[in-house]
Design a protein around this ligand. Structure first.
Ligand code: PMP
Length: 416
């Protein structure tokens, strides 16, 4: 794997990503929408192709050779993905469609049978809708109440408020590891320790944590950690939920169907062991295999190198954007306090216009509320522009974005 002294050499590494090598609207593509989804290296594309060309069969069912191979690959993938977050045992990792399904699984499978009127669930104002709506729905079913913790003016979680909100009514604290909108890295270990003082369970939305930071669920001390394959070079439609074994064992199934049962009678049934109890129906077998290939790939790049590279890109972007008085950057001022996400506002220009002009030069960023409407309200905006980086991005790409922003300012600046 190509490396510089400090980490990754993206100019070499990006050769392995076919989608990055295309001309978009007349210019070479600059892909800065990695918080939405990442591009896929050849190793992942090859793993998917190899699975479908050689091993494709249903899992845990057939007595035949292909079914055995598919099952072996599927279960080996579980062990590989479990290792990415240092899960103590791969049987504690449930395959899901992604982070959204992982959080819904906990909300319904744990929440419906354990929450009562008067109980409280704590989230923060910066949560992705995936870590908000499932709890709202479960509150609607159970009579539990949702509480939230604010951020300070630099986009950091107000731990003092968390302490105030926690009480013996708190049953769950569910917090994002990293904000997809402003990049803030939350102090999960401290949050977990605080939650434990009132006996609350902790759920971590790891959609933006697992791809960008070294994650060790045992060191974090949380009860559940949900993440998605597609945000870390893997395929879409596959994710993982890690949960503590005794909790998973105590929970009712999330969905019913094939694969998740032990004995079925017409009136009642018993369930398979964890994790299969939560995996009704034919799973995304090729997706799991591709996810494991992504983990192999990222391990090879190196977790610390990924982090260092992103901090450097973030620092570069914040320095360059910080020179422009007509740009306002949201979130913590220190690059080390965030993952590779820089959200900003261009004076006088709507974020959709910013993204459209950048797109006309082949530069992909995201504009909108980023599935965090409460956070947008808290920041006092309806939308932002967001550039988000991954291992294959370069400082030269950020410079191209900054040049294009000058064009935006040239068009809209005088109307500000
Ligand atoms: N949480 C965060 C912080 C996210 O960024 C995302 C994806 N944008 C999700 C949850 C949902 O992930 P998925 O769509 O893969 O389920």
């Amino acid at each position: 794997m190509p490396r510089t002294v400090t980490g990754i050499d993206p100019t070499v590494l990006r050769e392995e990503f076919p989608a990055l090598h295309q001309v978009v609207n007349g210019d070479p593509l600059v892909y800065l929408d990695n918080a939405a989804t990442t591009q896929k290296p050849r190793a992942v594309l090859d793993a998917l192709r190899h699975f479908y060309e050689h091993d494709n069969a249903n899992v845990h069912r057939g007595i035949h050779e292909l079914s055995r191979r598919a099952t072996d690959a599927f279960e080996a993938a579980r062990i590989r993905v479990a290792s990415w977050v240092n899960a103590p045992n791969a049987s504690e990792v449930v395959w899901t469609r992604g982070t959204t399904e992982g959080i819904n699984l906990v909300a319904y499978a744990w929440g419906l049978s354990n929450l009562r009127k008067g109980d409280e669930i704590v989230v923060s104002v910066m949560e992705h809708h995936s870590n908000l709506i499932p709890w709202q729905l479960v509150c609607g079913h159970t009579g539990a109440r949702l509480r939230h913790v604010d951020i300070d003016d630099q986009g950091r979680l107000r731990l003092d408020q968390l302490e105030d909100v926690l009480s013996d009514r708190t049953r769950i604290v569910s917090i994002g590891h990293v904000s997809n909108s402003i990049g803030t890295i939350n102090p999960v270990r401290e949050i977990v320790d605080l939650a434990k003082t009132v006996g609350a369970l902790t759920v971590v939305d790891g959609a933006q944590g697992a791809p960008h930071l070294p994650v060790d669920v045992q060191a974090l001390g949380c009860d559940f950690y949900a993440f998605s394959g597609h945000k870390m070079c893997g395929p879409t439609g596959i994710g993982a939920l890690w949960g503590k074994r005794e909790l998973l064992d105590s929970m009712e199934p999330y969905q019913g169907g094939g694969e998740m049962i032990s004995v079925v009678r017409l009136e009642e049934s018993t369930w398979a062991e964890v994790p299969h109890k939560f995996e009704a129906g034919t799973p995304n077998i090729a997706g799991a295999v591709g996810f494991a290939a992504a983990v192999d790939y990222l391990e090879d790049v190196g977790r610390d190198a990924i982090r260092r590279h992103e901090v450097e890109l973030t620092r570069h972007a914040m320095d360059r954007l910080g020179e422009l008085p007509w740009i306002r950057i949201f979130g913590p001022p220190e690059p080390e306090a965030r993952s590779g996400v820089v959200a900003f506002e261009v004076e006088g220009a709507h974020p959709h216009d910013v993204a459209t002009i950048l797109d006309s030069e082949g530069i992909a960023i995201r504009a909108g509320h980023h599935c965090t409407q409460p956070l947008m309200r808290r920041l006092g905006v309806s939308a932002t522009s967001r550039a988000s980086f991954y291992i294959y991005n370069t400082e030269a790409e950020i410079d191209r974005m900054v040049r294009a922003l000058h064009t935006v300012h040239g068009i809209f600046g005088t109307h500000a």
